[in-house]
Design a protein around this ligand. Structure first.
Ligand SMILES: *Cc1c(COP(=O)(O)O)cnc(C)c1O
Ligand SMILES: [Zn+2]
Length: 390
């Protein structure tokens, strides 16, 4: 029997539930100005797929293609993203007093960060739908990833990034042929220019949460985590949230796996969003139990990926934290630097400041007894420290 390459069925507004045709280029819900989520034919998927069949396939995030949005294998634009290792942190765990500490090392992705997953999915689907031009506002790493995948797809790309973005991001975008515009200001200022460029030249703006498919690439982190933990999810997942898309995407993946009946038990992790003290809109909203974030004024942090004053997907991030009984907390740049050294010294992992922020957050979570010593705790290292050298 022939099964489809993808079970993608439609797009749905994450707020009002309005559905949209997934076979046309879509951005976000025009009624609510909120993200669209990709949805699948779960009945057919559950009938034809088995959770244990994926392991034997060729490595990489596209081995989950039935649950991803590309309809024809020929349209996939890949550089080998996904299937990053999950490492046991025994020495760091000992130092912190945690018995079961793990790290999923996303720095092994193409372009050195997990942004590769999202942009592999978005560029692939854009190519499938005949998009001729792409544009993105970025705090840094998403621009580099878009530039790489757009080059591989042969689609012209524009990248708008703050002038003080790490040099590696500027250079990786330029060398792969993207048109780079340095902006005086923050990602929010870059976003206005990207929207304007899209209006003028018909490019698709693949800004975080403003098109539905980057999220689909990022959700494969959730599938890989479930599979690696034998379909019994860890107790806590710690994630450095800027736009917060990875956090919401992992949560989406867990919901999908539960719907497919593939999870053992109904235990879901508590999701933790870590932000920088100099830019912590999610933490501020979480502490007020608010549904959305307020724009963070004068955002500053060396962890450029966390320098996002307001996410377009703020509602989804906060929902994830509330539903999972999780938490948002902020750490200072100084704490990040110390944690970066601690992780490197104990485990040989040179993490990006964003990834190191998770280790800094652990100190707080242990001190406040929010974490018990025997809980399974998984940290996401979202990128490599090598991209931040000056
Ligand atoms: C973009 C980025 C983040 C933040 O990711 P979101 O999913 O947008 O919250 C964290 N770390 C690194 C290295 C990044 O590039
Ligand atoms: Zn809507």
């Amino acid at each position: 029997m022939n099964t489809p390459f993808s079970y993608l069925s439609h797009l749905e507004c994450s707020h009002c539930g309005q559905t949209y045709d997934a076979h046309q280029v879509q951005t976000f819900c025009p009624i609510c100005q909120t993200p669209l989520l990709a949805d699948y034919d779960w009945t057919a998927a559950a009938a034809h797929l088995k959770r244990d069949q994926f392991q034997a396939r060729r490595k990489g995030m596209w081995r989950w293609h039935e649950l991803l949005p590309v309809g024809d294998e020929a349209h996939i634009v890949t550089l080998g993203e996904g299937d990053t290792p999950i490492l046991t942190l025994a020495r760091l765990g000992d130092e912190l007093g945690l018995q079961r500490l793990y790290l999923k090392d996303e720095s092994l992705n193409p372009t050195g960060t997990f942004k590769a997953r999202g942009l592999s999915a978005a560029v692939s689907r854009a190519r499938e739908l005949g998009v001729q031009r792409l544009t993105i506002p970025t705090a840094g790493n998403a621009g580099g990833a878009l530039a790489a995948y757009a080059a591989r797809a042969g689609i012209p790309a524009q990248v708008f990034m703050p002038a003080d973005t790490p040099l590696a991001n500027i250079e990786e975008s330029r060398i792969t042929g993207a048109e780079v515009t340095l902006v005086e200001g923050l990602i929010s200022d870059a976003a206005r220019l990207s929207v304007e460029a899209a209006r003028q030249n018909g490019a698709l703006d693949v800004s975080t949460f403003k098109e539905p498919y980057r999220m689909e690439g990022k959700k494969t982190m959730g599938y890989e985590i479930a599979e690696a933990f034998d379909w019994r999810l860890p107790d806590v997942i710690v994630y450095p949230a800027g736009g917060g898309m990875g956090l919401a995407a992992i949560w989406k993946a867990f919901g999908e796996l539960r719907r497919l009946g593939w999870l053992e038990g109904d235990h879901l992790p508590r999701m933790v969003a870590v932000q920088a003290a100099g830019c912590a809109p999610v933490v501020a909203a979480f502490e007020k139990r608010a549904e959305t974030c307020e724009f963070w004024q004068n955002a500053h942090t060396q962890a450029s990926g966390l320098r996002v004053p307001k996410s377009f997907g703020d509602r989804l991030i906060l929902q994830t934290l509330y539903e999972s009984n999780g938490l948002a907390l902020a750490v200072s740049d100084e704490e990040m630097m110390r944690a970066q050294q601690q992780l490197a010294r104990c485990e040989g992992i040179f993490a990006a400041p964003e990834g190191a922020a998770n280790v800094a957050a652990l100190h707080h979570l242990i001190e406040s007894n929010w974490l018990a010593a025997d809980e399974q705790v998984l940290l996401l290292n979202t990128g490599t420290g090598l991209k931040y050298l000056r």
